[in-house]
Write a protein that binds this ligand. Structure first.
Ligand SMILES: [Zn+2]
Length: 554
């Protein structure tokens, strides 16, 4: 599938193969399952006020899930070492809280995005991971609706006929709650239920993927607790609500038989380039999986759930609104679809998407040659960083992307050209807990405003990093491509700005607004970072660019 296109992007003095990251593509495939069912994709801030992240989800102050062992807390800038009331969200659920507070039911929402937990990295844990969570609020929703929805989701992701199984679990957010298990893609769950009459099979030893149980933990689900609905302004006597969540990396690992999450998050471009399904021109698709009759026989409980393909969109007089069952105003937001288009355009131009962790070490700013008062040094600091070397949150994508560039060069990946679309974090003073609304009734608009004012701005940036002849001209061209995709004309103007090299740095402007910079890195910077001369980078503020083009700029 790849070979037909691998020779294009003619003339560039580099390996021209590009790719979006499999996690990005996987997350899109997962959310699109729900887009087709009329769900709306929502997002929320990654640095979140504790009230949205915990209190509103019924995780009170002594809940273990919000302790520094289980959540990254941000330092209060006024009191070093003190807690600010802001955290890196441990799940994407606060986006559901925000959505419920901002809309009236019925609701069908899917949140996709990054979440953070101070877990030590091993083969299945990463401190930064992606989630897809769903929420439905409507008249008369039950666990049966939830089960059908999960089975449809599993079938769309893992292949037709895949079913899920639920096992009771405790959760502050949902009750009843369950862990979601998906049928093992290797042994298809045959062994567990037919073992009594298939002694010969059992003698072959347990399945290496599921340990012989036939089911693998995929995520969680449950009925949203009435207290949470009340807090979010939804009448629990009138409406039912279910929620569920699964990890994107975990789904990718289960579907493609990957054994080590560090291959996914490590930054080696051979991983995205090696997954042909995700290459430009490749058609992303769920893996089809034939089912034997024996497999079907093994899961009678799942077979008893009728109409796997029918999700309850039309309950209680609500539902099918508009063409193809889409909720009015549903679908992708403009920024979501623009980000996808930019990702496709850059992968097509030979860039490999390389998402990086948002943690930075302050020494990076010295390598960049930033002045002591440069605003990029004003970072949000974690009270409990994974590593004392990286205690802060990034204000620019460049340190992480350049580290990945160095890693790929060290691995012998020739002429790597990397890109990342991700959020950066502006500093702001901490959230005052006295502002927090109570967690058992809907907060007033002014309380919500006060709370939101404490959450730092988190604009989306696009950055690229590459090496090779004329790389700086290519970096500038790439900025033009991104602006073009977003419907804006980009002007460039020579300037001097660290860490770019004087005479090889251009300001990127739309109208009079400076949105970013492109060019070749300063000689001192490449030396300090151990990168080859001629390394070039571009970074542009996509949120500002979108805002400008939104106002009818072009
Ligand atoms: Zn198995």
């Amino acid at each position: 599938m790849r070979s037909a296109s691998s020779g294009r992007a003619g003339g560039a003095p580099h390996d021209s193969r590009g790719a979006r990251h499999p996690v990005t593509v996987m997350a899109e495939q997962m959310t699109d399952v729900f887009l087709d069912l009329g769900y709306r994709i929502v997002e929320g801030p990654e640095v979140e006020a504790e009230w949205f992240a915990f209190d509103a989800l019924n995780m009170d102050d002594d809940h273990p899930g919000r302790t520094p062992g289980r959540a990254f807390h941000l330092e209060d800038p006024a009191e070093p070492g003190g807690r600010s009331g802001l955290v890196l969200r441990t799940r994407t659920s606060p986006a559901q809280v925000r959505a419920m507070l901002g809309r009236t039911p019925p609701l069908r929402l899917v949140c996709a995005g990054r979440a953070f937990r101070p877990d030590a990295a091993d083969t299945i844990h990463s401190p930064v991971f992606n989630q897809v969570e769903g929420l439905a609020v409507d008249l008369g929703l039950t666990m049966v609706d939830l089960k059908k929805t999960l089975d449809h989701f599993a079938a769309a992701v893992f292949g037709r006929g895949t079913v899920t199984r639920l096992r009771t679990h405790r959760s502050a957010y949902t009750d009843p709650s369950a862990k979601v298990y998906v049928e093992c893609a290797v042994c298809h769950g045959v062994r567990e239920d037919v073992s009594e009459d298939a002694a010969g099979d059992a003698a072959a030893g347990p399945c290496g993927t599921c340990g012989g149980g036939g089911w693998i933990e995929w995520g969680w689900c449950g009925t949203v607790r009435p207290l949470v609905l009340t807090t979010c302004g939804v009448d629990p006597h009138r409406y039912g609500a279910f929620a569920f969540g699964v990890g994107v990396e975990r789904t990718l690992m289960l579907r493609h038989g990957l054994k080590d999450i560090s291959d996914i998050v490590g930054g080696d471009i051979r991983f995205p380039l090696g997954m042909d399904e995700f290459a430009p021109g490749g058609r992303p698709r769920p893996t089809p999986r034939p089912r034997s009759t024996a497999t079907t026989r093994a899961v009678p409980a799942a077979r008893a759930v009728p109409d796997l393909e029918i999700i309850p969109l039309a309950r209680g007089g609500h539902g099918r609104r508009g063409p193809r069952g889409r909720e009015a105003g549903g679908g992708l937001t403009r920024s979501q679809s623009l980000r996808r288009r930019i990702g496709h355009a850059l992968a097509g131009a030979g860039y490999v998407e390389t998402p990086r962790f948002p943690f930075v070490c302050d020494a990076a700013w010295d390598a960049f040659g930033l002045a002591p008062d440069d605003p990029r040094r004003a970072t949000l600091t974690l009270t409990n960083p994974i590593s004392p070397r990286e205690p802060s949150l990034r204000t620019t994508l460049l340190p992480g992307l350049l580290a990945a560039l160095g890693l790929n060069l060290a691995l012998g990946n020739h002429y790597p050209a990397l890109f990342e679309q991700g959020v950066v974090f502006a500093p702001r003073t901490g959230a005052d807990p006295t502002l927090w609304p109570l967690a058992d009734h809907r907060p007033t608009a002014s309380r919500l405003d006060a709370l939101n004012a404490t959450v730092p701005a988190q604009p989306s940036h696009l950055a690229i990093a590459l090496t090779g002849e004329s790389s700086w001209a290519r970096a500038v061209d790439t900025a033009r491509t991104a602006a073009y995709v977003m419907g804006a004309g980009l002007i460039t103007r020579p300037t001097e700005y660290a860490p770019w090299r004087p005479g090889r740095c251009l300001e990127l402007l739309v109208g009079e607004a400076v949105l970013g910079h492109a060019g070749e890195l300063h000689t001192a910077t490449v030396q300090a970072l151990g990168l080859p001369p001629g390394t070039s980078v571009m970074e542009i503020d996509l949120t500002a660019l979108e805002h400008l083009t939104d106002q009818g700029g072009t």
